[in-house]
Design a binder for this molecule. Structure first.
Ligand code: FES
Length: 106
């Protein structure tokens, strides 16, 4: 696995991504939806497995799912599972944070 530095520090990530929000990242040609819930971050594939909409345009609901803005499919940010099993699971990406930076594993 290759760790890609996204932010200079954990604090930098907390400053740039607000709680309850999503951010599109393009890392080595991969589109990744980075989501923040409280002080926890999750990274999943940005492409909705139903029909390809960008999940970083979606909203995070109160149970930690990102909701696709097109047809409302819900994906668990921790596991990438589509909550009603109507569509394939999303690829998930690990996150590592330490004093040297904030990284996503590809
Ligand atoms: S494209 Fe995401 S729910 Fe249809």
């Amino acid at each position: 696995m290759q760790w890609i530095k996204i932010f200079s520090s954990p604090d930098d990530a907390l400053e740039r991504i607000q709680p309850g929000s999503t951010q599109l990242l393009i890392v080595h040609q991969k589109r990744i939806c980075l989501a923040r819930i409280n002080d926890d971050f999750f990274a999943v594939a940005d492409k909705c497995s139903h029909n390809g909409e960008s999940l970083s345009k979606g909203k995070i609901n109160y149970i930690g799912e990102v909701v696709c803005p097109w047809h409302g499919y819900r994906f668990q940010l921790k596991s990438g599972k589509e909550s009603a099993e109507r569509s394939a699971d999303l690829e998930t990406f690990p996150i590592k944070q330490d004093e040297t930076g904030f990284y996503i594993g590809l």
